[in-house]
Design a protein around this ligand. Structure first.
Ligand SMILES: O=C(O)c1cc(=O)[nH]c(=O)n1[C@@H]1O[C@H](COP(=O)(O)O)[C@@H](O)[C@H]1O
Length: 287
């Protein structure tokens, strides 16, 4: 059975449901605010309510793995269950696990998260290239083999990211980068673009570019539209970026962008109808 490539599936989801991605970040304080227990049962109920609010209203959700991992095996079982229910409801799932390791270990992470036969299988995974872009090779191969996607951390939304991401690129990275090659992030972004080639609509190897930091791309001569990577843009809402700033910041790359909102949506809970209203107003704000 051939799977439609992730870039194509994501482009269709954006066309149908717009640019909003809802983040499932069940902070312990949020479970309490929702009147739920701070355990796996609370986590399960949280996920069911968010999925009910999202199904048929957004195209993509992004569970943040750390909030499940902290409940041990029971939490990870809830993650697998929530992911599988989301897929059944027609949602694309980005697993936000930010994996990154030496190549041989990266291959095992890629199998765990991208092989559809495995319990945590997601449509796309967030990965860190800061052990060197080449260390992601096995994950890129797995993504291509399984028709899955990756979102490679480029310019992250947190202010501390700049000390690494905007440092001068070393010899190897700079030599292989054709644009924005002066910085580490520019080199990473250029190498992701090279893997994508020239896709019709969106490639399978995406980037994470913070909604709060996107202006750094233009300031450092980085063209985000080369290779048409899908772009996951966290930072809308709780971290302060507005829809107007995001549209201006991404400019010509806007049709590649998926804007994540986690606390901005979830703080409307615990009622499903309030979550639905919050999803609708964020979608209208962004679209
Ligand atoms: O990869 C991510 O999703 C990510 C990258 C980044 O640069 N900044 C960032 O905030 N994120 C994630 O996006 C989500 C943002 O959550 P809110 O600030 O509550 O909307 C969290 O799950 C973060 O882990």
């Amino acid at each position: 059975m051939t799977t439609t490539p992730f870039g194509t599936r994501l482009a269709e989801a954006i066309d149908e449901y717009g640019h909003l991605c809802v983040g499932l970040d069940p902070h312990p304080g949020m479970l309490t605010d929702w009147g739920l227990s701070d355990d796996a049962a609370g986590l399960r109920e949280f996920g069911q309510r968010v999925l009910e609010a999202c199904a048929g209203r957004v195209g993509v959700i992004k569970p943040q793995v750390a909030f499940y991992e902290r409940y041990g095996p029971e939490g990870m079982a809830v993650l697998a269950e929530t992911t599988s229910s989301a897929k059944e409801a027609g949602l694309l799932v980005i697993g936000d696990a930010k994996r990154g390791d030496i190549g041989s270990t990266m291959a095992a992470y890629a199998e765990a998260w991208l092989n559809p036969a495995n319990a945590f299988s997601v449509d796309a995974l967030t990965v860190s290239p800061y052990l060197g872009f080449g260390s992601l090779g096995p994950a890129i191969k797995a993504a291509q083999d399984y028709g899955a996607g990756l979102f490679v951390l480029g310019l992250t939304s947190n202010p501390e990211g700049a000390e690494v991401q905007l440092a001068a690129a070393g010899e190897t990275g700079a030599a292989s980068a054709e644009q924005g090659k002066e910085t580490v992030a520019g080199s990473v972004i250029a190498q992701a673009a090279a893997v994508n080639g020239a896709p019709e609509r969106l490639g399978g190897i995406g980037l994470v570019i913070g909604a709060t930091t996107v202006q750094l791309a233009a300031e450092h001569g980085i063209d985000l539209s080369v290779g048409r990577p899908p772009i996951l843009a966290p930072g809308y809402g709780a971290q302060g970026a507005t829809a107007a700033q995001i549209r201006t910041g991404f400019a010509g790359a806007w049709d590649q962008v998926l804007v994540n909102s986690s606390r901005g949506i979830l703080s409307a809970g615990p009622g499903v109808s309030d979550l639905v209203s919050s999803v609708a107003s964020s979608r209208a704000d962004l679209d």
